[in-house]
Design a protein around this ligand. Structure first.
Ligand code: GLN
Length: 196
């Protein structure tokens, strides 16, 4: 659990509820010890800055290149992108997923909103998705699977959840709704990778 800034506690609790054993990651030695990493919602430019200050930027890029699974929500999605539009020129990203995301993409009227959406690979009905000054995905590379899109309204069809290999990202915040299905899917996929 990347614990530099953002809604770390909400993810932490969701991971515990899925039977995972989360630990906070703030230094390189802690990053080296985890099997996977969750990147929280928060403020991507602040987290980017702190990644540099804490000397985690390059080690984290390296672990992602080496295939470490990761899950990022909202600001975490932005950090995992290969390219970010509408961010600060000095913001860094991690290239965990071959995608271009637009920060704060949903515009002012709908800065924050909720909707029900279908999420590929997750059954038992639609998922309540909470968007808070969320990004959307404008481009995905060949190896990237689209998991969810906005079902209706002005942003209909916009991509809001993706996966590439073991790295998952959502524009919305599964950690705040009490619906554990995304975390469970992620934790299960990390376990499967660990046992093969
Ligand atoms: N708008 C924020 C950013 O740019 C993300 C918001 C969030 O994580 N809820 O990082």
């Amino acid at each position: 659990m990347l614990a530099l800034q953002g809604d770390v506690r909400e993810h932490f609790h969701a991971l515990e509820a899925c039977g995972a054993d989360p630990v906070n990651v703030r230094r390189e030695s802690e990053l080296a010890a985890v099997d996977a990493l969750v990147l929280p919602g928060g403020e991507s430019t602040a987290i980017s800055k702190l990644l540099e200050v804490f000397g985690l930027l390059e080690p984290l890029r390296q672990r992602l290149r080496d295939g470490m699974p990761a899950f990022g929500s909202c600001a975490g999605m932005i950090l995992l992108a290969a390219e970010v539009l509408d961010t600060r020129p000095d913001a860094r990203s991690l290239s965990g997923i071959d995608m271009t995301v637009r920060r704060n993409a949903f515009g002012r009227q709908v800065d924050s909103f909720e909707t029900d959406l279908d999420f590929a690979g997750i059954d038992d009905g639609p998922m309540r998705a909470v968007f808070i000054r969320a990004p959307w995905v404008e481009r995905v590379g060949d190896g990237v699977e689209v998991l969810a899109q906005v079902p209706s309204g002005p942003a209909q069809g916009r991509i809001v959840a993706v996966r590439q290999g073991g790295v998952v990202a959502t524009s919305f915040h599964p950690e705040v709704t009490g619906d554990l299905r995304v975390h469970r899917m992620f934790v299960d996929s990390v376990r499967e990778r660990a046992t093969v």
